[in-house]
Design a protein around this ligand. Structure first.
Ligand code: HPA
Length: 281
């Protein structure tokens, strides 16, 4: 882990560059929207969009996974200023948990008030089949590292989360109501974070099922914790791309994840647009 002061300096520099390149000016993003596996295209619907390759930014974790672009896009969606985070890095790519929180800390530094996280996940609960959408109500951290651990120079480690779910229950209720209005099925569930990069074994999925997990994936938890720590309300939406290991015939592969996620994009896009349009109330 770099010393906290170096990390803070990288964040300041990255924020300054992003502010300038994305011409953020006086209209900070209302919302940062992290686009997971295969969902990146939503950013292309932004009006008046400005784009920045994240490789231009010091401290920004790089993703090497197919379907993860590594770009920030700033523009209007439903007339509201949104910072799109296209592509994300994962623990299994060798980043520290804290490095994975960098995009969220950057979004916060750029003025984003809320965080909407999307991801692809495997369905564990019977009701979650390929193509289902799940509203994340809470998570299990089975990658184990704590993304809020930091060296002590810039901020003490004492003000940790209070032991509540980082996902905002009121925002979740509103998102659910909007999904109902649109006739989009949205299931509530608990997301379990695994380190990857291998998919789980059938025995692990049986264990997760007994422990109360509804869906499994390799992201989202560090970002949710970081945002909650910064006081940003968080909403998490999973696209269920496959039944988790051992729950259906055949092997799991990333192509299938991308295919299913592409098929559900239209529905997810409609829902996300509506959530953005509704704003904070
Ligand atoms: N396991 C872990 N991550 C995933 C899965 C899965 O089954 N599907 C999509 N991301």
């Amino acid at each position: 882990m770099p010393p906290a002061s170096a990390d803070a300096a990288a964040l300041r520099e990255a924020a300054a560059r992003a502010r300038e390149h994305l011409a953020i000016g006086d209209a900070p993003p209302e919302l940062a929207l992290v686009l997971g596996s295969g969902l990146g295209a939503l950013a292309e619907e932004a009006d008046d969009a400005r784009t920045l390759e994240t490789t231009e930014l010091p401290g920004y974790p790089r993703s090497t996974v197919e379907g993860h672009a590594g770009r920030l896009v700033y523009g209007l969606l439903e007339g509201r200023p949104v910072l799109f985070v296209q592509g994300r890095a994962h623990l299994y790519e060798g980043h520290t948990p804290r490095e994975l929180t960098f995009p969220v800390r950057l979004a916060h530094a750029l003025g984003a008030l809320r965080l909407l996280l999307t991801n692809a996940a495997g369905g564990i609960a019977e009701r979650l089949t390929p193509g289902s959408l799940m509203l994340i109500t809470d998570h299990l951290n089975f990658a184990f590292p704590g993304p809020l651990v930091q060296t002590n120079a810039d901020a003490p480690n004492d003000a940790l989360l209070t032991g509540s779910s980082p996902y905002d229950p009121d925002w979740a209720d509103r998102a659910e109501a909007l999904a109902n209005e649109l006739g989009i099925a949205l299931e509530r569930g608990v997301y379990v974070w695994t380190r990857g990069p291998s998919y789980e074994t059938p025995a692990e999925i049986r264990m997760f099922s007994q422990l109360g997990a509804d869906a499994v994936g390799m992201s989202t938890v560090p970002e949710a914790l970081a945002a909650a720590r910064l006081g940003m309300p968080v909403l998490g939406l999973s696209t269920i791309t496959n039944r988790a290991a051992g729950l259906s015939a055949g092997a799991l592969d990333h192509e299938e994840v991308l295919d299913v996620s592409a098929q559900v994009q239209g529905t997810l896009r409609r829902l996300v647009r509506e959530i953005v349009r509704a704003g904070a109330s």
